[in-house]
Design a binder for this molecule. Structure first.
Ligand code: NAP
Length: 242
């Protein structure tokens, strides 16, 4: 049976690197994104250049109909074997007391409710041997003081979602794990208001540098693959020692 994997937020950053890497590893890919059509088209072209089937749909994970359409489209490729719950956002870096409730709601909506919604679709469709990887963050255990404590708290919820879902789906032979990236060089930091954060925060990282999206994609690919057949409920830190 071939591997058919849905990736949320596959147009840029970690999701795009994961789509490209999984395609090279033999997965057919269905990915969603929000609005960057050109970036999505470039990733899709690379998936197809790797010799795999691919499709890309605008699928905002806060929109139940768009998410359902993504999973329906993926079903046309065959039975779903993988989900990478990746689409995530931060909000502007700043002190906790200044947190705007609308920013909090948006972070919960995308990073938690969106993940739950996609995991539900996947779990309904998956059979034995399938796997889910949730993209969490090292923030979940660091707490991100002075930056975005609310984002860190929601990522901690992702870790708990991973542990609970791993246990609930294990009897069906479905594995559920998470990766917890540290500071990775992507566009996400621009939304936080610190576009050069990958370099400016590198001094905090024991390995002395930010990570690259493909270094996270490698961990995701391993967790989805047969070498991780006895690994479930794990949160794999990919954070340069943070
Ligand atoms: P990114 O470069 O900003 O890319 C985000 C991707 O998600 C884009 O493809 C974007 O689509 C999509 N997206 C955003 N909101 C969406 C929504 N509501 N519905 C569907 N797609 C949506 O982000 P990234 O750095 O790769 O982050 C990916 C994940 O890693 C997130 O869960 C993030 O919290 C986590 N993470 C990142 C870091 C880091 O340092 N970069 C560290 C720890 C954890 P468009 O292109 O259409 O906007």
């Amino acid at each position: 049976m071939g591997s058919i994997t849905v990736i949320t937020g596959g147009s840029r950053g970690i999701g795009a690197a994961t789509a490209r890497r999984l395609a090279r590893a033999g997965h057919d890919i269905a990915f969603g994104y929000r609005r960057d059509h050109d970036a999505a088209a470039a990733v899709l072209a690379d998936v197809r250049a790797a010799g795999r089937r691919g499709l890309a749909l605008p699928a905002d994970t806060t929109d139940p109909d768009q998410v359902a359409a993504l999973f329906d489209a993926a079903a046309d490729l065959g039975q779903l074997t993988g989900l990478v719950n990746n689409a995530g956002i931060t909000s502007p870096i700043g002190p906790f007391v200044d947190l705007d409730p609308d920013d909090l709601r948006r972070v919960v909506d995308v990073n938690l409710i969106g993940y739950v919604r996609c995991a539900q679709h996947a779990a309904r469709r998956m059979g034995t041997g399938a796997a889910i990887v949730n993209v969490s963050s090292a923030a979940a255990t660091l707490g991100s003081p002075g930056e975005y404590v609310h984002y860190a708290a929601v990522k901690a919820a992702t870790d708990t979602l991973t542990i609970g879902l791993a246990k609930e789906l294990a009897p069906r032979g479905i594995r559920v794990n998470a990766v917890a990236p540290g500071i990775i060089r992507t566009d996400i930091h621009a939304v936080s208001g610190v576009p050069d954060r990958a370099d400016s925060a590198a001094g905090r990282v024991p390995l002395g540098r930010a990570g690259e999206a493909d270094e996270v994609a490698g961990a995701i690919a391993w967790l989805l693959g047969p070498d991780a057949s006895y690994t479930t409920g794990a949160v794999l830190r990919v954070a340069g020692g943070l």
